[in-house]
Design a protein around this ligand. Structure first.
Ligand code: AMP
Ligand code: ZN
Ligand code: FE
Ligand code: FE
Length: 296
């Protein structure tokens, strides 16, 4: 059975390959019934996507993915955001400012490594004001400094040395408050990327839940049911979500073949990610109603 729901995808508004409209078209063609666009630190693609989703008769959950300060990679998804709320818009400006500072820091780092890369080249690659490491990786590859984008990450952009550099990002509490300023639902993205497992992971999840987390991404492009490594096991995460009363969500983190090869809409490394919860919209809706005391 193919995947029906994909709640994690990126567009040209951040570091995805496809425009919001074409991503909606592709999702529809892939048999997806419920989708979300979760660009990094921006909601700039949502107006266009929602208009296209209406034409295509596909359900689109407005989303975002916020990068949070952590030793490893910690990303918080926000779902059902009312992204035109003024306080939320102010918070997005702050996120973009952080990102611009991170862009300068990354350029300095690459210059120190001897690479001749200009801000203009990176901005041109990004095509918008949301610059991310995949854009740097693309420029590095184009200029022959690395053979593949993966090399750019492994050797430089995801190296221990790079990750230890202080780069401004919101704290977990700030990120959750930002999502709440848009009356959204905070969900932990790809939990394996925090690099924790077992007790350490559960302690962290408990802490995140105390900070206001409402859900966890249990289906992901590198996860499978009964994977031999529990860090990539869907059932392992489903059990944790159940134990801590978190909503189980899932998505492919599709960026397009050029940006992140080997992943397609609704599918990851092992085929369909298998997230088929047709009631997810009702679950998100009732979570939101409870969070914000909305009249039913
Ligand atoms: P940024 O917004 O600058 O933190 O970049 C985040 C993007 O980089 C996400 O799309 C990730 O999929 C991608 N990314 C992060 N780490 C790696 C890695 N080790 N290899 C390939 N892509 C990565
Ligand atoms: Zn990305
Ligand atoms: Fe992410
Ligand atoms: Fe993502």
């Amino acid at each position: 059975m193919s995947t029906l729901v994909d709640l994690h995808m990126h567009t040209t508004a951040s570091d995805g390959e496809h425009t919001p409209s074409s991503l909606v078209d592709l999702a529809k063609d892939s048999g997806i019934q419920i989708m979300s666009i979760t660009d990094h630190d921006t909601v700039d693609g949502l107006d266009e996507a929602i208009a296209r989703a209406e034409e295509q008769n596909i359900t689109l959950v407005p989303g975002i993915e916020i990068s949070v300060k952590d030793k490893r990679e910690l990303h918080i998804l926000g779902y059902c955001i009312e992204y035109h709320r003024p306080e939320f818009e102010e918070n997005i400006k702050k996120l973009k400012k952080y990102r611009t500072i991170r862009e300068d820091i990354t350029l300095d780092f690459l210059h120190q490594k001897g690479f001749d890369i200009t801000e203009e080249e990176v901005l041109e690659e990004a095509g918008n004001d949301v610059v991310g490491r995949p854009h740097f990786a693309a420029v590095m590859m184009r200029k022959g400094y690395v053979d593949t984008k993966k090399d750019a990450f492994d050797k430089y952009l995801a190296s221990k040395e790079f990750l230890e550099i202080h780069r401004p990002k919101p704290t977990i509490n700030e990120a959750i408050e930002m999502i709440k300023s848009g009356r959204g639902i905070p969900v932990l993205a790809h939990p394996h990327s925090m690099g924790l497992i077992g007790n350490a992971l559960e302690q962290r999840i408990k802490h995140l839940k105390d900070s206001g987390l409402k859900g966890m991404e249990c289906y992901y492009n590198s996860y499978a049911k009964n994977h031999s490594d529990k860090m990539f096991d869907v059932n392992y995460y489903l059990n944790i979500a159940d134990k801590y009363g978190l909503l189980a969500t899932g998505g492919s983190d599709y960026h397009g073949e050029k940006v992140k090869p080997g992943i397609s809409i609704g599918c990851g490394r092992y085929g369909p990610i298998g997230f088929n919860d047709e009631e997810i919209c009702d679950k998100l809706k009732s979570t939101k109603e409870k969070m914000y005391n909305l009249a039913i």
